[in-house]
Design a binder for this molecule. Structure first.
Ligand code: NAD
Length: 497
C-alpha cells in the first residue's frame, strides 16, 4: 500500500500553516492552548494538530455570531446581496475544489477523486441551489375576521424571519458536504453560524471558513470551533444564546442534543442514523440491482447514514444476486484514497474499524455465513467489503447501525412480507425498491416508513428534495424548501387601521 503518495503543494501549504479556528475575524487557537491530533486513516499517522476548543472558546464564537446576527452589516443585508455572496462562496469552492477534495481524502480516508465529483461538487451545487432561495423567502397576507371587533378594519400579515444564531454540529463521514447542508440555508435566510465539525475531520471546514471570509462575508457570520463532542459540542448545545441547533450524527448523541435543546426551547433539527433496506423484486433488472445494491452499501466505505445496509431479495433470485454482489466486493481494490485506481478507502478510525469488525464477529457468533470479506487489515483502518447471509431479522447485525462496509442479506417471498421486514427497524431514513412493476412499486411507496424512497437507485440526493428521517433517524428535514422553513420563524402581524 502506498502510504506516501504525493499531495498538491496547496494542500501541503494548508497543513503546514497549522490550521486554527475562526472566531469572529480572528484565526485563533484554544484559550487554554489545548491541541488535538488528526490522523490520516489510510496510514494511521498523525496528519497535523488543530485547537481543541473548550467552553470559553465556544462562548466567544457564539457571541461573535450573536453580534453578527443582531447588529452588523449582515443583519441589514438585502436578499439579493445574500444570494450573490453565496454564489461567490460556491465559485471559490469550485476554484479550490481539488484542494478541498484532497483534504477530505487525507482527513477522512475517502477517495480524493470521488470526493471531488461527489462531496465537493454536491456542496457547490447545494450552495448555488440555496443562493436562489435567498430572494424567494415569502410571508403571506391574511384577510382576518376579528369577530370581537366587527367595526374595525385590519391588515394581517405573516413575516418569515431568520431564526438567528445557528449552532451546527456534524459527523465525519461527509465533513464538507454536511457543513454545506447547514451553511447553505443559514446564509440564504440571513442567520449566523457556529460550526463544530467532527473531532476527526475539521480540515475542510477550516478551509471553507477561509473561503467564507474571502467571499466577503462580515466577521462573525461564520465561525468554526474545532474540538471534541463532549467539550466543544456540549458547550455549543447548552449555550443560551444559540437560537437553533442543527445536528448530524448518531442517534445516541442526537437524543442528548434534543433533550438539552429543550432547556432553552432552542429550535432543533436532527439528522441521525439509519439501517436502510434495499429491496430487490423478482421482476427487477437483476444485474443493475446487484450493482446498485453493492454501491448502496460499499460507497464511502459504508459510512453513509442512508447506506443500503439491509438487502432483501425475492427468494428465487436470492443466491444469484448475493453472488453478484460478493463478486463485485471481491473485485474492489482497497487502499489509499490518493490513488485514483482505489475503489475503497479505510474507515475513519481504529475505533470504527474495531467496532465494524466486532459486528462481523457478532454476526458469525449468531450463525451468519460470511459470503465475502469479513476481514480487517492495516496499516490504516481497513475492513474488506463484507456480505453476511443466514442472518435472522432480529439479530443485532440486522437491527443496529454498523456504519461500515457490511451488508446483511435475507430472502423474502411476497410484498407484504418485505414491507413488514423493511419497516421492522428502529430507523427510517431511506429505502430503495428495485423493480419494473410500476403498480407494485407505487403500492409499496406509501407503506415504507422512511424519509426517502428511491426506485431503481439508492442514496440519490438532490438539493430540491427534502432529506431526513422517520423514527430514530431524526427530526426535521434538510434540503429543499423544507430546509428554509427550519431556518426561519414565523411572525404574525395584525395592524388595526
Ligand atoms: P457522533 O454522534 O458520535 O458525532 C457527531 C458529532 O457530534 C461530532 O461533531 C461530535 O463531536 C459531536 N458530539 C459527540 N458527542 C457530543 C455531545 N455530547 N454533545 C454535543 N456534540 C457531541 O456521530 P459520528 O460517529 O460522528 O457519525 C456517525 C453517525 O452520524 C451515524 O449514526 C450516521 O448515520 C449519522 N449520520 C447521519 C446523517 C443524516 O443526514 N441523517 C448524515 C451523516 C451521518
Amino acid at each position: 500500500m502506498s502510504a506516501s503518495l504525493p499531495i498538491k503543494p496547496a494542500t501541503s501549504a494548508f497543513l503546514d500553516r497549522a490550521p486554527t479556528m475562526l472566531i469572529g475575524a480572528d484565526w485563533t487557537g484554544a484559550a487554554d492552548g489545548a491541541l488535538m491530533d488528526l490522523r490520516n486513516p489510510a496510514t494511521g499517522a498523525v496528519l497535523c494538530q488543530v485547537p481543541s476548543a473548550g467552553a470559553a472558546d465556544v462562548d466567544r464564537a457564539v457571541r461573535a455570531a450573536r453580534q453578527a446576527f443582531d447588529d452588523s452589516p449582515w443583519s441589514r443585508m438585502r436578499p439579493r446581496e445574500r444570494q450573490n455572496l453565496l454564489w461567490k462562496l460556491a465559485d471559490l469552492m469550485e476554484r479550490d475544489a481539488d484542494l478541498l477534495a484532497e483534504l477530505e481524502c487525507l482527513n477522512n480516508g475517502k477517495s480524493a477523486a470521488v470526493a471531488r465529483v461527489m462531496d465537493v461538487q454536491l456542496g457547490i451545487d447545494f450552495l448555488r441551489y440555496m443562493a436562489g432561495w435567498a430572494t424567494k423567502i415569502e410571508g403571506a397576507s391574511v384577510e382576518v375576521s376579528m369577530p370581537l371587533m366587527p367595526n374595525d378594519d385590519f391588515h394581517g400579515f405573516i413575516r418569515r424571519e431568520a431564526v438567528g444564531v445557528v449552532g451546527a454540529i456534524v459527523a465525519w463521514n461527509f465533513p464538507l458536504l454536511l457543513a454545506c447542508w447547514k451553511l447553505g440555508p443559514a446564509l440564504a435566510t440571513g442567520c449566523s453560524v457556529v460550526l463544530k465539525p467532527a473531532d476527526e475531520t475539521p480540515l475542510s471546514a477550516l478551509k471553507l471558513a477561509e473561503l467564507v471570509l474571502e467571499a466577503g462575508y462580515p466577521a462573525g457570520v461564520f465561525n468554526v470551533v474545532t474540538g471534541t463532542g463532549v467539550n466543544a459540542g456540549a458547550a455549543l448545545t447548552h449555550h443560551p444564546l444559540v437560537d437553533k441547533l442543527t445536528f448530524t450524527g448518531s442517534t445516541a448523541v442526537g437524543k442528548e442534543i434534543g433533550k438539552a435543546a429543550m432547556d432553552h426551547m432552542t429550535r432543533v433539527t436532527l439528522e441521525l442514523g439509519g439501517k436502510s433496506p434495499t429491496i430487490v423484486m423478482a421482476d427487477a433488472d437483476l444485474a443493475s440491482a446487484a450493482a446498485g445494491a453493492a454501491q448502496a452499501i460499499f460507497f464511502n466505505q459504508g459510512q453513509v447514514c442512508c447506506a443500503g445496509s439491509r438487502l432483501y431479495v425475492q427468494r428465487k433470485h436470492f443466491d444469484n444476486v448475493v453472488a453478484d454482489i460478493a463478486g463485485i466486493a471481491n473485485g474492489m481494490k482497497l487502499g489509499n484514497g490518493l490513488d485514483p485506481s482505489v475503489d475503497m478507502g479505510p474507515l475513519i478510525s481504529a475505533r470504527q474499524q474495531q467496532r465494524v469488525y466486532n459486528y462481523i464477529e457478532l454476526g458469525r457468533e449468531k450463525g451468519a455465513t460470511v459470503a465475502c470479506g469479513g476481514e480487517q487489515f492495516g496499516p490504516g483502518y481497513f475492513v474488506k467489503p463484507t456480505v453476511l447471509v443466514d442472518v435472522d431479522q432480529q439479530s443485532p447485525v440486522v437491527q443496529e447501525e454498523i456504519f461500515g462496509p457490511v451488508l446483511v442479506a435475507m430472502p423474502f417471498d411476497d410484498i407484504d412480507e418485505v414491507v413488514r421486514l423493511a419497516n421492522d427497524s428502529p430507523y427510517g431514513l431511506g429505502a430503495s425498491i428495485w423493480s419494473n412493476d410500476l403498480g407494485a412499486v407505487h403500492r409499496m411507496i406509501p407503506r415504507i416508513k422512511s424519509g426517502s424512497v428511491w426506485v431503481n437507485c439508492h442514496s440519490a440526493l438532490d438539493p430540491a428534495l427534502p432529506f431526513g428521517g422517520y423514527k430514530l433517524s431524526g427530526v426535521g428535514r434538510e434540503m429543499g424548501a423544507a430546509a428554509i422553513e427550519h431556518y426561519t420563524e414565523l411572525k404574525s402581524v395584525l395592524i388595526r387601521l
